[in-house]
Design a protein around this ligand. Sequence first.
Ligand SMILES: NC(=O)c1ccc[n+]([C@@H]2O[C@H](COP(=O)([O-])OP(=O)(O)OC[C@H]3O[C@@H](n4cnc5c(N)ncnc54)[C@H](O)[C@@H]3O)[C@@H](O)[C@H]2O)c1
Length: 268
Amino acid sequence: MTTAMKKVAMVTGAASAMGDALDTHLISKGSWYVACLDLQRGPGEALAKSLAPDAHFWEANVADYDSQARMFQEVFSRWGRIDALLANAGIVDRSSLYILDHRGSNVIPPAPNLACIHVDYKGVVYGKQLAIHFMRKNPTPGGNIVATATVINFCRGIAPVLKLKDNITVNTVLPGIVPTRIIPQAMLAAVAPDYLTPISTIVMAYDRFLSNDNFETGLAIERSVDKLYTIPQTEYINGRASARACQVWEPLFKIMHSENSRLEDAIP
Ligand SMILES: NC(=O)c1ccc[n+]([C@@H]2O[C@H](COP(=O)([O-])OP(=O)(O)OC[C@H]3O[C@@H](n4cnc5c(N)ncnc54)[C@H](O)[C@@H]3O)[C@@H](O)[C@H]2O)c1
């Protein structure tokens, strides 16, 4: 193993679209080696070849911890450092979250297809752990992880349709440090009592969401000590153009869920 002078970036989902663009961009800077990871060997190898000698392709599945771990190990063995993880691999949800087809059935619905969670969420969690491990071994320990994975947005995303169609609210409760047995005693001892969130605050938050008086949905609540804070949904930076990209497009919704969303702001 030799330690590269250039920085080393690992791009997951590297063989296509955004990943491809990320690989190409980093290589064009001249200061990066790029480890291209993807399930797709053919396009991945072709891309890495076109970016050679500073790019190399690895076939790996981010949803499989051992597969990602092997790749991290090989990348580190090749270049002696891992400076950045661009956790870009992802797939779209393959199942209907709302099981609208199943309305009126007395049969238990089949288990949901969680492939999206395995790839988009677990894949990021796995990558993050492996990146931490190897970034600690860098010549100057440290690095950058860039990813998008949040249950808050998952809940915010599904909330409007479920509210509209099924009278179901979906909200997120984000704990502070709550003194329960899952927090190691030593950690609790290190936290000033003023910074601990009592269980009563948790109960308050659940209570708020269990009462449908306001019919709040799609909220994320940070609970801190004795207070509840609604985490504001940030405004779209590019106004209507950004908002437009996030609206439901009815034809696609119908393909996936077999009926229209009927959301007020859906695009017909
Ligand atoms: N394109 C969009 O509008 C959009 C919107 C929101 C989020 N995203 C996210 O952006 C990221 C990039 O998407 P894209 O538009 O370039 O899509 P894409 O399908 O072109 O690229 C995704 C790449 O990830 C790879 N991949 C999928 N599952 C994998 C796995 N288990 N292990 C390794 N590689 C895997 C695919 O082979 C593909 O090359 C994805 O995480 C996607 O969910 C995309």
